[in-house]
Design a protein around this ligand. Structure first.
Ligand code: CAA
Length: 459
């Protein structure tokens, strides 16, 4: 039985911090954000929004645009790393809000949980729900997987320039209009690591930025190796004879903590794949030899990070390599469209990969590309740390959906925050009643109650 993504909806909060304004505030060079990280604007939540509200808004959009009733939904999962409750799952908060529209008890037949593993948990939720469908348990119903996060870092930290917020809802069923997952190829890699984590009660994460970049690369490479074996066994690729697994992927979507990370990851994976192929010689002739890639991150990470010369020389090689026509061709044809939305919105943690997917479809379609039958690869990474690589094929029904995609309209008019407003929002100085925007027709917090009985009321 097929299983895949039938439709996708995006909800982005309507406040944003401009990269130039941030740079002025903190005294950093704006080109570091724009060119170095690929960050132009970062979406920010208002004081009356939390990740459950974002998730409920994305759910309502997808249900309304597909004229679905709660009876059509058999599973509702929320994946997040911005959880505010150690026990009650975020999907139950979301159901509570949706029942204000659809009637009390209307989701009673539905199942689901909140999933957590930093930014990768939404991919695990998609996989589990696809298997629920494949197992024949859905009985004609759909699964809703919602990825929702507020990426917030400490003031003045290196992560502060890679913030963002938003939610994406994905409708899954056995006749998907957008993308059917390739069966038996999903590959995972996992290891106990401390690159980025958020202990109980702490609002912002503890981050080892460069370490997290490197682990991201190593974990997706490990998962790609497993994907390669599974994809060869299932017959969708045939590596060897001068071909790389990446040659079979028409479009690659990577987790995007910031847009440039996608390009870094592509360059790293291309280097890894091409190294054993005849075409690598042509590249090396142009740009010279790279430094060797570390084999064991746990044993060598501190020395690598402390070894400025290694990092510098590898970065220098990466820069030379990414300027070659060979790399540029792969980048433009397989990745560039997925980065457009990220640079407008910033990091959405669990939702970043799927915003990239949505971005690829919209901007490739706008360019006149025919995506039907094309294979999309997904590279998901969650700190802590785990990676997942999987793929799927674009279905004929995508055209009908792609025609109506318009990210700018979906995001809607946004308000640019002043420096003072940003500092107040970041410092949690405003109550829900003091929100910067007055919202209508969307779920917002109307009260935050810290008594054990109720955390807050949403409308
Ligand atoms: N003009 C143009 N470019 C500039 C520049 C300037 N003035 N100054 C610096 N740059 C470039 C640098 O050369 C670099 O590019 P390359 O990597 O291609 O060489 C880029 O801008 C970034 O500069 P630094 O590496 O010096 O930046 P940093 O160390 O201050 O911060 C960061 C980068 C570590 C990613 C930081 O933003 C951070 O901690 N972010 C949060 C953690 C994160 O996003 N990790 C990603 C992997 S983990 C993950 O993916 C999970 C998740 O969602 C968080």
């Amino acid at each position: 039985m097929a299983a895949g993504i039938d439709d996708i909806s995006v909800y982005i909060p309507k406040l944003y911090l401009d990269a130039g304004d941030y740079a002025l505030m903190r005294g950093v060079d704006a080109t570091k954000l724009r060119d170095g990280l690929g960050v132009n604007q970062m979406a920010m939540v208002d004081s009356n929004q939390d990740p459950a509200c974002l998730a409920a808004n994305a759910c309502l959009r997808i249900m309304q645009s597909n004229k679905l009733s709660p009876d059509d939904i058999g599973r509702l999962y929320v994946s997040t790393e911005s959880s505010f409750d150690e026990s009650k799952a975020m999907n139950s908060y979301v159901i509570g809000m949706l029942e204000q529209v659809y009637g009390q008890g209307s989701f009673e037949h539905c199942g689901g949980v909140e999933t957590k593993f930093a930014c990768v948990s939404g991919s695990y939720a998609l996989y589990d729900n696809a298997n629920w469908i494949r197992a024949g348990e859905a009985e004609g119903m759909n699964a809703l997987v919602v990825v929702s996060d507020i990426a917030k870092y400490d003031k003045g930290s290196s992560g502060e320039m890679t913030q963002g917020a938003g939610a994406i809802a994905m409708l899954l069923n056995d006749e998907p209009r957008l993308l059917a997952f390739d069966p038996k190829v999903t590959a995972t890699s996992i290891k106990d690591e401390y690159d980025f984590y958020r202990p109980f009660g702490k609002e912002t994460p503890i981050v080892h930025g460069q370490y997290s970049n490197l682990l991201y690369l190593i974990q997706v490479r490990n998962a790609l190796e497993i994907y390669k074996k599974k994809a060869a066994a299932s017959g969708i690729i045939s590596v060897g004879e001068g071909r790389s697994v990446l040659d079979y992927i028409d479009h690659l979507n990577m987790h995007l903590p910031y847009a440039k990370m996608g390009k870094k990851a592509l360059a790293y994976l291309v280097r890894h794949e091409w190294r054993s192929l005849p075409r690598w010689k042509g590249v090396i002739d142009k740009v010279g030899m790279p430094e060797p890639v570390p084999k064991d991150p746990r044993g060598t990470i501190e020395s690598i990070l402390g070894d400025a010369e290694f990092m510098e020389s590898d970065r220098e090689f990466q820069k030379r390599f990414t300027r070659t026509d060979e790399f540029q061709e792969v980048y433009e044809s397989k990745l560039a469209s997925s980065l457009v939305a990220s640079s407008m919105v910033g990091n959405l943690y669990t939702a970043s990969l799927y915003l990239g997917f949505r971005s690829t479809i919209e901007f490739e379609f706008q360019k006149g590309a025919d995506l039907e039958g094309q294979r999309f690869g997904f590279g998901s990474y969650g700190s802590g740390s785990s990676a997942m690589i999987f793929s799927g094929v674009i279905q004929p029904g995508y055209v009908q959906l792609a025609r109506d995609m318009n990210l700018e309209a979906e995001i809607g008019p946004r308000k640019r925050l002043s420096a003072d407003q940003y500092e107040m929002i970041h410092g949690n100085q405003l109550s829900p009643e003091e929100s910067i925007l007055s919202s209508s027709k969307e779920f917002v917090l109307v009260d935050v109650n810290t008594t054990p009985e109720s955390r807050g009321q949403r409308r």
